[in-house]
Write a protein that binds this ligand. Structure first.
Ligand code: SAH
Length: 343
């Protein structure tokens, strides 16, 4: 049976029409699902018994099973969810001064093969369906409901490459963004890609207001080829051409993510290369401490070097932020928890 959480409002209205029901009930049903967050069709008190029995035949309302929930000293919560087929999926709830943010996974495992990342330790098993992505956010909102808090931000930065599962990710975001859905503003939703150029071009043309983040991690092809195999298919000049196209269409500020890898990508020369690369672009770069992965030899840059790198970029006029570390006591780096659970 189909999960009702995989339907956009438009899909639900089409379903209602096709089944001789009034499409305007779609919004009411959405509100029951995402605002009241009911767990039983019978709780939809303004929907007729007849409609409810038809929907019960066609859809299930099942939530995700929580396989484990770890809480970090800084309040970060890491969920390991189990899907219907037993697949394990990680999501993280983070607390920032601007509110609660959920980091969602887009695939089971990942095929991008970035050399520093734990997600790629386990190859992609399959894409996540739209409902499995929406349900990660809904489950996290339900956790927040216990204290009357509201999820305000979504980042698609968990396991998987969102542009390798484009349609399902976009459908899930439309449900999360819908005013009758989880009602999270488009500008509070960020999608992060390792640089799949066809996906970036497609996204550029859709003119959606979600933030686009690019995992850069290296300022030249030689190093990026080594760290991120995707760079061999879409080298920096091809990537940046697509990004400039995106900026021209959208007038939105791009985010670059840059992991600080000790002795690998944190030199003065490399800071200057970043400044040259980003020159004239409406973009900022977020320097991210590396969460240690046992199976990998990479280390994060020292605090001192991170600050030095940050200052170098600042001096070159690059818009730059240095991200604080979250949840590193609970394996909150991408794919770490799942990799351990499957050991
Ligand atoms: N595939 C997408 C989204 C998932 S990864 C992408 O590459 O952007 C989300 C971010 O986490 C990426 O920037 C990724 O490079 C980074 N990341 C991977 N492993 C990490 C680790 N051990 N510590 C910190 N960030 C990590």
């Amino acid at each position: 049976m189909r999960s009702i959480y995989g339907l956009s409002l438009n899909d639900l209205e089409t379903y209602l029409k096709e089944n001789d029901m009034k499409p305007f009930h779609g919004k009411q049903i959405f509100k029951w699902l995402y605002h009241k967050r009911i767990e039983d069709f019978d709780a939809m008190s303004d929907i007729s018994k007849k409609m409810l029995s038809k929907m019960k035949e066609d859809f299930e309302l099942d939530l995700l099973k929580i396989r484990s929930l770890q809480v970090s000293k800084d309040g970060t919560k890491k969920f390991l969810f189990e899907m219907k087929d037993g697949a394990l999926v990680e999501s993280v709830l983070m607390i920032f001064d601007y509110g609660y943010s959920a980091c969602l996974s887009s695939q089971v495992g990942c095929n991008m093969g970035c050399s520093f990342c734990a997600s790629g330790l386990l190859k992609k098993q399959r894409d996540l369906s739209a409902d499995e992505i929406v349900l990660q956010a809904l489950m996290i909102q339900k956790e927040l409901d216990k204290d009357g808090n509201r999820l305000g931000n979504i980042v698609v930065m968990g396991t998987g490459e969102p542009f390798d599962n484009y349609d399902n990710v976009m459908k899930a975001m439309s449900i999360i963004n819908d005013p009758n859905g989880l009602e999270i503003g488009a500008r509070h939703i960020s999608i992060s890609t390792c640089g799949l150029v066809p996906g970036i071009r497609r996204f550029a043309k859709e003119n959606l207001q979600y933030n686009l983040a690019i995992s850069l991690h290296a300022p030249n092809n030689e190093l990026r080829d080594k760290l991120m195999p995707v760079n061999k298919a879409y080298p920096l000049e091809v990537l940046f051409e697509a990004l400039k196209e995106y900026c021209a269409y959208n007038n939105r500020r791009l985010t670059f993510e840059y992991l600080l890898l000790k002795g690998v990508n944190d030199s003065t020369t490399q800071a200057n290369q970043i400044a040259d690369l980003l020159k004239g672009m409406n973009a900022y770069i977020n320097l991210i401490p590396y969460n240690k992965v046992d199976e990998k030899d990479f280390e994060t840059s020292s605090d001192e070097n991170a600050l030095r790198f940050y200052d170098l970029l600042k001096k070159r006029g690059v818009a730059v932020t240095l991200r604080q570390k979250k949840g590193d006591d609970i394996d909150a780096a991408c794919g770490q928890l799942r990799a351990k659970a499957l050991k």
